[in-house]
Design a protein around this ligand. Structure first.
Ligand SMILES: [Zn+2]
Length: 142
């Protein structure tokens, strides 16, 4: 089955160890995700591509319990929609990233737990192409 990336510019994939593609200001060192054309702190436009760490800690989270309103590209209907988690994950000291979580049960999520970047199916298009998106999964045993 064919697989494509939902947003090819924001993560490295296919890869055994996918990474998010952030930006790093060469003047002041500020790291952002995704890449911004200029630095939010110092205004420099000297921003270089910077691969973010794969692991981080869960800073806060919520769960999406109902089908989001348009625009939403997930392709589910009210009948097929399954709740999913959304988290802010702190990656080292560098940057905090909002992303889907593979886990949606609040009972199994814990602020401060270790999370790792994975690439998971987001939707299947009419021609059978699987559209892949990045998400964070709890690290086993963390
Ligand atoms: Zn800067």
């Amino acid at each position: 089955m064919a697989q494509i990336a939902f947003a090819p510019d924001v993560f490295t994939w296919p890869a055994d160890e996918p990474r998010l593609i952030g930006g790093r200001c060469t003047s002041c060192g500020t790291v952002t995700f995704p890449v911004w054309p200029s630095c939010a702190r110092c205004g420099s436009t000297e921003v270089e591509q910077h691969l973010l760490p794969r692991r981080g800690t869960l800073w806060t989270f919520t769960t999406q319990e109902f089908l989001p309103k348009e625009p939403y590209a997930g392709g589910e209907t009210a009948e097929t929609f399954r709740p999913y988690g959304i988290g802010l994950v702190q990656l080292d000291d560098e940057v905090r990233v909002e992303a889907r979580l593979t886990e949606s049960d609040p009972a199994t999520l814990r602020i401060g737990m270790e999370m790792e970047l994975v690439v998971v199916p987001f939707r299947t298009d009419d021609d059978g192409t699987e559209v892949m998106v990045y998400a964070f999964a709890p690290v086993e045993g963390s």
